[in-house]
Design a protein around this ligand. Structure first.
Ligand SMILES: Cc1cc2nc3c(=O)[nH]c(=O)nc-3n(C[C@H](O)[C@H](O)[C@H](O)COP(=O)(O)OP(=O)(O)OC[C@H]3O[C@@H](n4cnc5c(N)ncnc54)[C@H](O)[C@@H]3O)c2cc1C
Length: 265
């Protein structure tokens, strides 16, 4: 099978190539494995070297990450300090110099650690074709989304409002058995707008309606944490794969959520 790699001169040219069936070659950490395995759907790749897609911007409410920003750049930039532990959890150092934030949104289970964190933070995904999408909506239709230009990520108002935990059998660079993130903004000591997310507990990154319900409007204390942990797998269907059975994931998810939330007290 022969593979053609085009170099797009503009965002419009890249978006048009993707609309015609080409795949964007970002860091290539997932894509090149598929090419090397002879995936017949990958006959046309497109590269885009627009500096705007490599930029990290910072405003009063949050940060804007160009889709081609790498995990190593997120881990190092002062503007993205709140995301550094997440970026450092993706693969090893060499992989992080290639792996992009845009590519992570398309990673299949059980990859997508950054996407789990961004879902908790309520990021917005900026598309070349039709403006901005809330990340949950984007993830549900990502196959048809086309070219992603940037990710807008709200900054947590205080450090303890955001927590992230990757559970892996091999440390530090192993694939996640599950990934957890929580964003718990507090007003007057009460949680307002709780978002709790999991990777590995369904086909992609998902929110946990049970945990969010138990946390919303409450003070974060031992009782609330216990109720959130007890309810966190409601409505979720954990993966059953070579890393862990669905039964195991269901059993340990409450334990890991409890640990994550205790770290946010
Ligand atoms: C050894 C190894 C370890 C890994 N460990 C982890 C890990 O711990 N955690 C984790 O989350 N992931 C991990 N990954 C997966 C992967 O490296 C990351 O998810 C990475 O962020 C993917 O980005 P990329 O730029 O390399 O994507 P690519 O491989 O370039 O692209 C992946 C897919 O996304 C599409 N795409 C990429 N960018 C865009 C865009 N801007 N717009 C539209 N489509 C786009 C591509 O066309 C392709 O279909 C690992 C991979 C390997 C090989």
């Amino acid at each position: 099978m022969s593979v053609t790699v085009e170099r797009a001169a503009s965002v419009e040219e890249a978006a048009a190539a993707i609309a015609r069936g080409a795949a964007l070659l970002a860091g290539g950490t997932i894509l090149m494995r598929r090419v090397n395995a002879g995936d017949p759907r990958l006959e046309r790749l497109v590269r885009l070297e627009d500096p705007a897609l490599r930029r990290i911007g910072s405003g009063s409410e949050g940060v804007s990450l160009g889709a081609l920003v790498t995990m190593a750049e997120v881990a190092a930039a002062p503007e993205t300090a709140f995301l550094a532990p997440v970026a450092r959890a993706v693969g090893g150092p060499a992989l992080r110099t290639m792996a992009t934030v845009g590519g992570n949104l398309f990673a299949r289970r059980t990859y997508g650690d950054l996407a789990v964190a961004l879902l908790a933070l309520g990021a917005r995904i900026i598309l070349a074709r039709d403006g901005a999408r809330e990340i949950g909506e984007f993830l549900r239709g990502r196959e048809r989304a086309g070219l992603v230009l940037a990710l807008e990520v709200p900054r947590p108002r205080e450090a303890r409002a955001f927590g992230f935990l990757k559970v892996a059998r091999v440390r530090p660079a192993g694939t996640a058995v599950m990934t957890l993130a929580a964003h718990l903004p507090r007003e007057g000591g009460r949680i307002r707008g709780a978002r709790v997310t999991f990777g590995g507990m369904g086909p992609g990154p998902l929110r946990s309606p049970g945990a969010e319900r138990a946390l919303e409007g409450q003070a974060l204390d031992a009782g609330t944490i216990g109720r959130a942990a007890a309810a966190c797998v409601e409505g979720l269907e954990p993966l059953d794969d070579a890393l862990a059975s669905a039964w195991y994931r269901r059993e340990v998810a409450p334990v890991h959520l409890r640990r994550l939330l205790e770290g946010m007290l």
